[in-house]
Write a protein that binds this ligand. Structure first.
Ligand SMILES: [Zn+2]
Length: 245
């Protein structure tokens, strides 16, 4: 079944069928720009992809387990797939995969007005982007099952995902939290900022930005030290509480 090759029109038609079935069956996804989603939607997506792209191969042949989860921790990667080491030595019924999909990329989708891509395909909506990321991750599962290892940087994966889903790149150009926070607050790593903390005005430098900013503030009592022996206290501060100076 993994020798399937679909042409691009067929792939689009199949994606459309999945989209409509999602609207019918999901409690959250009623339109392409949904505002709520939960892990059960990923299980539904898996069931639909199995039926519509894989002719129910997973339902009929796969004896292991896949768990699906939305993640708030993924910041660069839009998704990831993990399994135990030495999968070739594990009994088929004990094989397990975990697929995580980044929530940040989904909910940042509309924060920036520019074209977004996943796997070389322009993602037209939040739902389209979710489906493209999902396709990438499920290809990792398939490659693990066939080859006992998987790498999206290598040729076999690239061929697999192109044949099944028409994706011709292994990267995405979705909106990261960093890009969104720059657009919303004008803040980037390295900015000098000030904020109020327990009644005091603190000054520091932004060291990292995810949902909140990590700000390092010089202080002789701090536990963090730089190369010059300077001490710092680390703060995690919501972006809307920072003022650039
Ligand atoms: Zn990958």
């Amino acid at each position: 079944m993994f020798n399937i090759k679909y042409d691009l029109n067929t792939i689009d038609e199949k994606r459309n069928i999945i989209k409509n079935k999602l609207f019918e069956n999901s409690a959250n996804i009623k339109q392409v720009d949904f505002t709520q989603i939960c892990n059960s939607d990923l299980y539904l997506l898996y069931k639909l992809y199995d039926e519509i792209f894989f002719n129910s191969w997973f339902a009929e042949n796969f004896k292991g387990k896949i768990t699906f989860k939305f993640s708030k921790q993924l910041t660069r990667a839009a998704g990831n797939t993990t399994t135990k080491k030495h999968i070739e030595k594990i009994k088929p019924e004990e094989v397990e995969f975990q697929i995580k999909i980044s929530l940040n990329h989904l909910f940042n989708f509309d924060k920036i007005d520019r074209d977004k891509y996943v796997g070389g395909i322009q993602a037209k909506s939040k739902l389209h982007s979710l489906m493209l990321v999902f396709e990438h991750e499920i290809c990792h599962v398939i490659e693990f099952l066939i080859c006992k290892k998987s790498s999206c940087k290598k040729e076999p994966f690239k061929k697999l995902i192109f044949n099944l889903f028409g994706q011709n790149e292994s990267t995405h150009k979705l909106v990261t939290s960093r890009e969104a926070s720059f657009a919303e607050y004008g803040l980037v790593v390295g900015n000098k900022v000030t904020f109020e903390f327990q009644g005091k005005q603190i000054i520091g430098i932004i060291n990292n930005i995810n949902k909140r900013a990590t700000v390092m503030s010089q202080n002789n009592k701090g536990n963090y030290m730089d190369r010059n022996g300077q001490h710092y206290i680390k703060y995690y501060i919501p972006l809307n509480c920072l003022t650039k100076i």
